[in-house]
Design a protein around this ligand. Structure first.
Ligand code: RAT
Ligand code: ZN
Length: 418
């Protein structure tokens, strides 16, 4: 079929869409980054880029250093090993490897020299403040949502002491230990002054709500979140399901906060790999369906780890307006799957979702994660607007801007406010 649009009119419009996607500021709604006041918890620089757990996992496939030996190495030695293995002895064609190079290149560094000591020297001359500003600018990110855990012994005291918030950063309250490991978490809450018991009853639920309210307020949480194993079930006669029903959801309703569910992670499939040892499994999304249906007054955010769950998740979002889906999470954050998943979501949901979050653990990663994702999203949008053009429908640049703003944080913010 011949295109109604001539090449001459198609190309400038495509370029306009690309320009809008490239320049629209992003709200990165899930990361593992921290405000600078958290000091060493905010990772940045070449060595942290190289020892990213995605690269650790990849490196073990190509070197023969034992797990024990690897973990006994210093950070610099681990980074040296990963650099030699993944960048020098083999070509860095995986997404996580390419990402390091995209970032270095964007920072103005010459990657073709392959000079790790020189790269280290360049990073050593920078301040964290300078680096935050430059990375956010290069990534086009306006706000970064952290993942904040009261159960983290390094993080908790910083919040308890109090500090002046950096407006570029927002917070999300991560509660995995509370939901998934209550027997070990209960004594901690008790120690912090909440009168809870290991076998929860109404008093315990109300004390957990008090704990959640204190922390939501303390960190000004934008949402609560948990990652879940593939076999997580709701409703179910389990402590986890009861805690969700009787403590977490009432708290979220009372404070108008979404609850983010991230199903599909099999923790510690290979414990020897530590943080890099988690795997993926197919989740039973009846759990999410039941929650959305049974609690229409609650708002749910969701992203799923298994590729095979993506279509079902999209259909759920069509059925439930209290569900907002987001991101191509972790193992799905690769160009081929971002393309597949984002295309499917746009075709099923229009612009009423958030296509991506970075999940950055190292500040510099926002540069590559967003550059790579923007490119894929841009190609899809050009195609979709071009197809509309073939019907005679014209989309103005202002309308493209409106749509992209929605996709890059606007729809999420509306969902949170609503
Ligand atoms: O993507 C990651 O870095 C994972 O390790 C996890 O942090 C995951 O994103 C999560 O939030 O559980
Ligand atoms: Zn994450």
């Amino acid at each position: 079929m011949k295109s109604i649009l001539s090449e001459a009119s198609r190309v400038p419009f495509a370029a306009q869409v690309e320009e809008i996607v490239a320049s629209t500021p992003i709200y990165d709604i899930h990361t593992h980054l921290y405000e600078p006041v958290f000091g060493e918890l905010l990772l940045w620089g070449i060595d942290d880029l190289l020892i990213y757990h995605y690269l650790v996992a990849e490196s073990f496939r190509l070197h023969d250093v034992s797990y024990d030996k690897f973990w006994s190495l210093s950070k610099t030695e681990q980074a040296d090993l990963i650099w030699n293995t993944l960048f020098i002895e083999h070509s860095p064609i995986s997404e996580a490897c390419r990402g390091v190079l995209t970032t270095l290149h964007a920072l103005g560094l010459d990657v073709k020299k392959r000079d790790l000591p020189a790269l280290r020297q360049w990073f050593a001359g920078r301040t964290v403040e300078q680096h935050i500003t430059q990375c956010m600018e290069l990534a086009g990110v306006r706000n970064i949502c952290m993942t904040n855990s009261p159960f983290d012994d390094l993080e908790r005291p910083v919040w308890e002491k109090g500090f002046h918030r950096d407006e570029r950063f927002t917070a999300a309250l991560r509660i995995d230990p509370l939901i998934l490991n209550w027997p070990e978490t209960a004594p901690k809450l008790a120690q912090w002054g909440y009168s809870v018991e290991v076998n929860p009853g109404s008093k315990t639920y109300s004390e957990i709500r008090r704990f959640l309210a204190d922390w939501s307020k303390r960190i000004d949480a934008k949402y609560l979140m948990v990652s879940l194993p593939p076999d997580f079930a709701f409703p179910a006669n389990t402590v986890s399901a009861n805690l969700i029903e009787h403590a977490v959801l009432p708290h979220c309703r009372e404070h108008n906060l979404p609850f983010a569910l991230m199903p599909g992670v099999k923790r510690a499939v290979n414990p020897q790999l530590k943080l890099a040892g988690d795997g993926v499994g197919l989740s039973d999304l009846n759990t999410l369906q039941n929650l959305c249906a049974q609690f229409p007054q609650n708002k749910f955010l969701a992203t799923v780890l298994a590729r095979e769950n993506q279509h079902e998740l999209c259909i759920l979002a069509r059925k439930f307006r209290n569900l907002h889906i987001f991101g191509c999470w972790w193992f799905t954050n690769i160009p081929s799957l971002i393309d597949e998943i984002t295309r499917m979501r746009i075709e099923l949901l229009g612009p009423s979702f958030t296509p991506q979050h970075s999940d950055a653990r190292v500040l510099d990663q926002i540069v590559y994660k967003w550059q790579h994702s923007r490119r894929v999203i841009s190609n899809i949008l050009v195609e979709k607007y071009t197809e509309l053009g073939q019907t005679g429908w014209q989309t103005s640049p202002a309308e493209v801007e409106r749509d992209v703003k929605e996709l890059f944080g606007g729809a999420f913010e509306k969902f949170c406010r609503g």
